[in-house]
Design a protein. Sequence first.
Lengths: 750, 175
Amino acid sequence: MSATLRLSRRRFLKIMAGGAGALIVGVGTLREARADEPLALLGDQYTQLGPYLRIERSGRTVIGARDPDGGVGTHTALARIIADELDGDWSQVVVLGLGPEVTRANNVVHWRYGHQRSGNATSIPAAWADLRQAGALARWLLLQTAARRSGVAAGRLTCHDGAVITPDGRRYTYGELAGDAAKQAPPSVPPPLKTPDRYTLVGHGAGDVDARDMVQGFTHFAIDEYPAEALVAVVTHCPWPDGKLASIDTREALKVAGVKQVLQLHPDANQPPGHTPIAAGVAVLATNTWAALQGQRKLRLTWKPGAHAKASTSALLDEANQLLASQAEPTHRVRADGDIDTAEKHARRHVEATYTQPFTAHATPEPINCVVHLDADHATLIVPTQAPQQALALVQRLTGLSPSQIDIQVPRFGGGFGRRAEHDFVAEAVLLAKAAGKPVKLMWTRADGLAHDYYRPLAVHHLKASLDRHGHVTGWRQRRASPSALAGRNTPADALWTSEASPNALPGGLIDNFQSDWYALGSALPCGPMRAGSDVTNAFAVEAFIDEIAKAVRRDPLDLRHELLGKPRQLPLPDGGTLDIRRLLGVLDLAAARIDWKHVRRNGNGLGIACHASHGGYCAHAFEVSTRNGKLIIHRIVCAIDVGRIVNPTGLEAQAMGGTLFGVGTALGQAITLKDGQVQQHDFTGYPLARMAQLPHAVEVYAVPSDAPPGGASPVAVPSAAPALANAVFAATTVRIRNLPLLPELMQLL
Amino acid sequence: MPQAQSTPPESITPVAPRKGVHLEINGEAFLHTGDADMPLLWYLRDNLHLTGCKYGCDDGQCGACTVLVDGRRALACQTPMHKLEGHRVTTVEGLSGKDGKLHPLQQAWIDEDAIVCGYCQPGWLMAAADLLARKPDPTDADIDHLPNLCRCGSQPRVRAAIKRAAAAMHKEASR
């Protein structure tokens, strides 16, 4: 039994009766299996799709969460968006992560679930745009069913907490109604969505839906799967990212009890990063993990370098500094307003500074892994991925199977931060499973994962501000040298800059004479997306530099930011959008108020502040720090954040806290360096994550209430954290941190 | 055709007890007969599928594999099986009571929503269980000494959860 409801030319909903009298409702904004095509271009190609929602007789409400959750809170937030429109009983909700599915209509393949990607703040806006319909339709059907049963007009019934209630107090639970509701004819027009005053879940805090399982160790991450017959494959990669295997002796490895085979992996030079093994590798396949690890240790391997045998980060930094010191034309002029040359000529004084930031690694908590089971006509994979549809496309290419023959399961995963938007490890697992003729569970060691990553590019910024005799900023020249995170990815050469700089970035648009340039650096290391991307390195340079200007002209850094930002208004952006200066000022002033900015500390503590707008959100940080006995103490961190309407305040706080500490931890101690073409960091001593003792007891998160459409949160709180910290360090010590990581630099300068 | 033996043998040579490591895990007895050098981590995960004990690094730096041995904190990746003869291991799966009632730490973790990605949390829970067993009133400095790592920034909530659990256990004890 099924019926299709015409919602619009582009969007359909389908209702199906499930087994045992369950109601199943799906919704979709599907798009063709072409990765980057804007939705609007697809017109009538949309078609319908599978279930997001199932209400069982018992009242148990199963909701499918289409966007993967590696700690960004999508399982909880997406389910609450649907459950609110449903007027469901949250205590009865069970959330299931959905893998990618395709459906075929008129011989065109569509993604069944629409948007399916996490980590770049798009999950919540996409869900808000279409998932509410799923809840609203189900609620409408339940209401009609209750109206028939009770003899009361649907308009006089109310829905509450998983039940329909008549004016005289009779109560029909959704579980009782679900079977008949599924047979109910759909409405001729889409049922109306709730008005915000009727939200019962959206805007109210809820803990992670998976928490109860997590704390008992019951949650199965992909790495926790032990499929029957599967061989555990542990890979050793070439220490030179572009190097090759020179010699291999597997005799000792194969003697280890349980070791079955040793296989080689070769990157496909015709495939972009993330679609093929990250480097040449040798995999030991064994019946258990311990045997595979021992076999790995007993391999005798020698490698030969590729073109970058001598590459080093120090040489790369020299190259960057020479480029920025030269008068060379930039690779790309990101933005140019007014006349920066004249402004500099007429300036009363200049402030200049150079900021150096290293390559950084994702260091996902759950090591890289993937489970693959291949048959002649079917593939089943368990993939910790942020982008399941891309993973499916890759498996399709490597196996020649059709999408409907490929089942990709996406469990909760232990952190992504952009690393799991790349699928090099899926390619490895599939290639190994093919070669071994057995199911394979691929696992990288921590050492291998740190030394083989798609790193956030190293960046050197040179900034020069022109000031008039009143100390007002009349000109701003910003030059960035960095490898492109898009290098080698089939990105046209004239678009490589887009991962490194944005014409929308402040203070562009705030200063009459403004110029932002990007200089391309080559990189021996693969680069890629990492939480908030280049917003992190750009915000550090810009927000630290504003502090330096304030110091030079003896202005309060907060006042100077006010002067630069100007009046609350919609600032037009070069891309046609606008930036809401009112909202940015809102978070800036909120952070300042909460840290008690105007209260001058006389105990040696220093305050620092910074703000940044990115990924549709607005964020400001204020830090209070001191140094005692050569140690940096972070006393307080205030984070003010505005991401529009707050779907789940508890989840938003987790993302703001987590984003802040991700930024802090990275800035404090983390750097990937290259010497003789090889990454030098292989463990958490070389690449230290922040320890409990280094962090404040709280991140004081203040979320701004808003009626603006809800935005994502995961990247938003990262960029302004590190500059606020560095600015606070300056206030406390007069040591200006221009090179990250911060701690070694501070210890050297103190 | 051999005759069925009608009388018992005069003596029985006892079969030598199976060699291996006898240990107790979450209240149950186990005998490990495989490689005695294998770390507990892989015994728990690969053999017993007690996957709450996580692999996170190669050298005991991250704490994701923290378990209790005889009630004290231990890193499963640094503990070879042969050291466990006659010892008692508790994993996160064994933290709650036999009746399924959550340990106050587990409840506090839920109440403080101290999860984020969740991967390192079993390790934190076990380290916290050890801490509370030794110091029912942990100070912030005690909590600072927990060596576990978290990439997602859950630390403030973990701290709050430990304090919440300590308070709950006091309340329980004074009942």
